[in-house]
Design a protein around this ligand. Structure first.
Ligand SMILES: Cc1ncc(COP(=O)(O)O)c(C=O)c1O
Length: 380
């Protein structure tokens, strides 16, 4: 069935089409000048010293852990309320995820108390995820991480250009990782970016992104180098110039798109302000936000009621989603002890409503009214 209102809509027009055509006509489609231009523009817009374009954010997170030297036997503190990639990367390097609960229904981001409680002598890094584009408690997290001398990796997939007290999310810890998957704020199909101010992390990530090779094909094609050595065991985690060209077009549109999303969020907040059955996470967040998704958490509810509400929305032509099923409940993580009551409650009682820049005020009113009717229908 085609939804009356989908969860997300791509912000594509002639700009992306022309960018692809120009790249095809340039006859250089793999990593080259456009990937480099995307990195330079990204670093400039995000206020980071270095940016490395990568095949996707999963690969960026993997390289991030390698770059800060997390190894087999180590532990990494992480949230469970995220997409699986936030945690799978810990297993890639042979380390053990140590799940931390989120703060509350209002702030479903990793809790500093949980970070402190789960810290051990094997802890080597913290991965945080800025849920829906809103900031984790970075002041407290950075203070603790600095005291313990461990790096913080920011999974900033939801948060391009989001801020905390004027500082961009993804630039506060040692490394920030972003995704350009189709439904993200910047969409290139597949794609990602890693940013850092640390020169040695930058150099290591660049090397590992492309097989640990000392030169790239583009440099060799230009006659700048004729040979290469392999100095580390790397990967093929490169982005290509077709996607980079789309990324450049998307990046230029991002600030305007985020302004539109800000209005969409404000309409939702106004429409839903008297609905006592829901908590809107970060409703009071005054920092600039990417508003990647708009979620609501049901109170005094359970997953059957949430699913009935989703069915009601579906029958009324509105696509919804769940961000996220808890990672620690997946089969491959069930051997790791985890007591995460708030995460589990959020997973069972959260609902993601449509969010994209071209949503109209009328559409947001329709979604909000349907949600209220659905709540009446399910809860009586
Ligand atoms: C929070 C989070 N982390 C990591 C990822 C992985 O990104 P990618 O699909 O680019 O590998 C995603 C993407 O869905 C995500 O939402």
């Amino acid at each position: 069935m085609a939804y009356k209102i989908p969860l997300f809509q791509l912000n594509f027009d002639e700009a992306e089409e022309n960018a692809v055509i120009e790249t095809l006509r340039s006859k250089w489609i793999s990593m080259g000048p456009r990937s480099q231009a995307l990195e330079e523009r990204f670093a400039e817009m995000f206020g980071s010293k270095h940016a490395v374009s990568i095949a996707n954010c999963t690969a960026a997170l993997h390289l991030a852990l390698l770059a800060v030297d997390v190894k087999a036997g180590d532990e990494v503190l992480c949230p469970s309320l995220s997409f699986a990639a936030t945690v799978n990367c810990i297993k890639y390097v042979g380390a053990t995820p140590c799940f931390c609960d989120v703060e509350s229904l209002d702030r479903p981001t990793i809790s500093i108390e949980q970070i402190k409680a789960n810290f051990s002598e094997r802890t080597r890094a913290i991965i945080v995820m800025h849920y829906a584009g809103h900031p984790c408690d970075m002041d407290a997290i950075m203070a603790f991480a600095n005291e313990k001398g461990i790096p913080v990796i920011e999974d900033a997939c939801h948060a391009p250009l989001s801020e905390l007290n004027g500082k961009k999310l993804g630039t506060i810890g040692a490394i920030g990782c972003y995704s350009f998957f189709s439904n993200k704020n910047i969409s290139t199909g597949e794609g990602g970016m890693l940013i850092t101010d640390d020169q040695s992390i930058y150099e290591k990530v660049k090397l590992l992104r492309s097989h640990g090779m000392t030169t790239m094909s583009f440099e060799r094609s230009k006659g700048h180098a004729t040979a290469y050595d392999i100095v580390e065991l790397g990967y093929n985690y490169r982005m290509d110039d077709i996607r980079a060209a789309i990324g450049l077009a998307q990046l230029e549109k991002l600030p305007e798109d985020l302004q539109k999303r800000k209005h969409v969020r404000a309409w939702y907040l106004e429409n839903l302000k008297n609905e006592s059955r829901i908590v809107v996470p970060f409703a009071e967040n005054a920092n600039f936000s990417s508003n990647y998704v708009f979620t609501v958490n049901l109170v005094d509810s359970d997953f059957t009621k949430r699913d009935q509400l989703r069915d009601f929305m579906h029958e009324n032509g509105i696509q919804t989603s769940v961000h996220y099923p808890a990672i620690h409940r997946f089969s491959i993580y069930q051997d790791i002890p985890a007591e995460l009551p708030i995460t589990e409650y959020v997973c069972d009682n959260t609902l993601t409503l449509p969010m994209f820049g071209s949503l109209t005020q009328e559409e947001v009113a329709y979604i909000s009214e349907t949600l209220k009717k659905g709540i009446q229908h399910v809860f009586g």
